[in-house]
Design a protein around this ligand. Structure first.
Ligand code: HEC
Length: 212
């Protein structure tokens, strides 16, 4: 009895493995099929939105299946591409007006579809409040990203901090490859001028985000 069971198991195991291999496509094929399905079924009211279906080089690297880890080489490539994408304002000034930054940080509008149409806005909002805690005491804030409350108090206002902050907002993947922080400057959602206002909002000692 025991022997028969063993024989069947010995015969069955390789058959199962072969069947498994034949049934499940490899990850690259799975990705191709899934992307084709998404591309063919997604409709958008504006051509600008359809462009998002084409993943750029870094997004392709980041779109790993099943939350798989990035290799060191992949992380380095995403970081390199992100650094290369960063453009600075022509004035070279990286700290703008914190009041304008404050407004933008709390403004979640831009590139949204409303009643089947792409909303028309003079400028997009920064969306920061959706993911980050901002000034102390604000309760309607997100927690996808770390709290930015007291950001400038902890870091100061040096040129190095202004540059780091600008770059993190322009393309967060220059520092955290494939993170959930949107590449707000690199994707064209925010302009360099808007980003310098965000930098001021984060580091200016007068900004409410740094009030004690
Ligand atoms: C979709 C969510 C999301 C949005 C929207 C978002 N962030 Fe982030 N942010 C994150 C996440 C997640 C991190 C942590 C990973 C990283 O650093 O990329 C982060 C990190 C940061 C950091 C680095 C924090 C540190 O401690 O050094 C800064 C600065 C920052 N965000 C600023 C902003 C600003 C300013 C905006 C709006 C213009 C914004 N973020 C919008 C998710 C978001």
């Amino acid at each position: 009895m025991k022997k028969t069971w063993f024989k069947w198991a010995a015969l069955g195991a390789p058959a199962l493995v072969i069947a498994g291999c034949a049934t499940y496509p490899d990850p690259a094929t799975t990705r191709r099929v899934a992307e084709k399905m998404v591309n063919e079924s997604f409709t958008a009211p504006a051509p600008a939105l359809l462009k998002r279906l084409a993943q750029d080089k870094s997004q392709q690297i980041c779109s790993k299946i099943g939350g798989a880890q990035l290799t060191q080489e992949e992380a380095a490539e995403v970081t390199r591409l992100a650094r290369a994408s960063i453009k600075y304002p022509p004035s070279g000034k990286l700290v703008g007006d914190w009041k304008r930054g404050d407004k933008l940080a709390h403004d979640g509008a831009g590139d949204r579809i409303q009643r089947g149409r792409l909303e028309k806005r003079k400028e997009n909002g920064g969306l920061c409040q959706n993911c980050h805690a901002l000034a102390p005491g604000e309760i309607n804030v997100g927690n996808v990203g770390p709290s930015l409350t007291g950001y400038g108090l902890q870091r100061g206002t040096s040129d190095a901090i202004a540059k780091l902050t600008y770059e993190r907002i322009y393309n967060a993947w220059a520092y955290s490859p494939c993170s959930n922080m949107p590449r707000l400057g690199a994707t064209g959602h925010l302009t360099p001028e808007q980003i310098i206002h965000m930098v001021a909002y984060l580091i200016d000692p007068q900004s409410p985000i740094n009030s004690r």
